[in-house]
Design a protein around this ligand. Structure first.
Ligand SMILES: [Zn+2]
Length: 341
């Protein structure tokens, strides 16, 4: 089996959120399980990102706010989003992991999983929120475009929450196709089908809000009928994944019911897509996931999916899941009708 790189830095454990679902224990449990497993992994300690690279996406004002709160002994950006004394450094190393892994994906063809925190996909240009300080995946995509000559990036988001920060950053940018599903009517309240991009970016934001309890069949249909055909037409040169594990069945902050096997299937399907279009990646960025043991199991399946056949998952769709998918297909007719299956 080919090797997968896993990024981890001890400073990620020092981002101290207190009594909070997004706590250091998540990474400790996943790391232990990966180390005890039989996957062929290379552990990489990432470099710290330069502030100039964070500023490719974020305003100087936002970066300075996070730094000031951290240096001042800690505080919060909002009710949910803690900044501890080590959080600014941890966030810079999380961004650094994304840049490093993306550079290696393009240079050496490596596939990577980033065991990072704080997570990133809720962070917008001028604010952090939803446990996120800097948008790790958005900075990596922007860095690849500006510094590595990448023309097109596909970002897949399988977190249970809508990746509103990433969406905001690339909303009018047709160089980034953002495709994700999430639980509808859930935090942060965005991610409607109608949010499909603006200006030159119309059609390059694809949101599938799912009904409560939706599971493998809905995700399978979304990937097979929408995401893969769109991506084959888009021909990304790089594929990044906002890999949230709060979409797994039983997550305390979730409401979807994905099986562990669904993550192997999704990862395998995306790895196969990378091969078929000649894209670098995938590079997986850990986002949410609040039951550490369940996260660990699903991360293991994800890494298997990078190199083993994706296996099979249920294709069963409930009437509400079917309706969500047909609503999305109808909305995509204008821009992507010719390629939808
Ligand atoms: Zn989440």
């Amino acid at each position: 089996m080919a090797v997968t790189s896993v990024y981890f830095h001890p400073v990620f454990l020092e981002h101290d959120t207190g009594n909070h679902p997004e706590a250091a224990d998540r990474l400790v449990v996943v790391k232990r399980r990966l180390e005890a497993g039989d996957l062929d992994l290379v552990w990489i300690t990432p470099p710290r990102a330069d502030v100039v690279d964070v500023a490719r996406v974020h305003t100087r004002g936002h970066i300075e706010t996070v730094e000031r709160i951290a240096r001042g002994g800690g505080g919060r950006l909002d009710m949910d989003t803690v900044v501890s004394p080590a959080s600014f450094d941890a966030a810079l190393y999380a961004v650094g992991a994304g840049i490093h892994a993306t550079t290696r994906a393009l240079g050496e063809g490596s596939r990577s999983f980033l065991l990072v925190r704080p997570p990133g996909h809720h962070a917008g240009r001028d604010r952090g929120m939803g446990f996120c300080l800097f948008n790790n995946i958005a900075v990596a995509a922007q860095y690849a475009i500006e510094e590595l000559g990448v023309a097109r990036v596909l970002i897949v988001d399988w977190d249970v929450h809508h990746g509103n920060g990433t969406q905001d950053v690339f909303y009018d940018d047709p160089r980034v196709l953002l495709c994700g599903f999430h639980l509808g009517n859930h935090y942060p309240g965005t991610g409607a089908i109608a949010e499909s991009g603006a200006g030159d970016g119309v059609g390059y934001t694809v949101n599938l809000p799912l009904p409560h309890g939706a599971g493998d069949g809905a995700v399978r249909a979304f990937f097979s009928d929408v995401l893969v055909p769109l991506a084959q037409e888009f021909r990304p040169e790089l594929v990044l994944i906002s890999a949230g594990y709060d979409s797994v069945a039983g997550d305390p902050l979730g409401g979807l019911t994905l099986s562990d096997e669904a993550y192997r299937w999704m990862a395998g399907t995306i790895a196969g897509l990378c091969e078929s279009v000649g894209a670098a990646g995938p590079v997986c960025f850990l986002e949410g996931g609040y039951d550490p043991e369940r996260v660990a199991s699903a991360v293991m399946r994800t890494l298997e999916g990078f190199h083993l056949p994706p296996g099979e998952i249920s294709a069963k769709l409930s009437p509400r899941e079917s309706r969500a998918l047909s609503d999305l297909r109808r909305a995509l007719e204008g821009t992507w009708g010719r390629v939808l299956r």
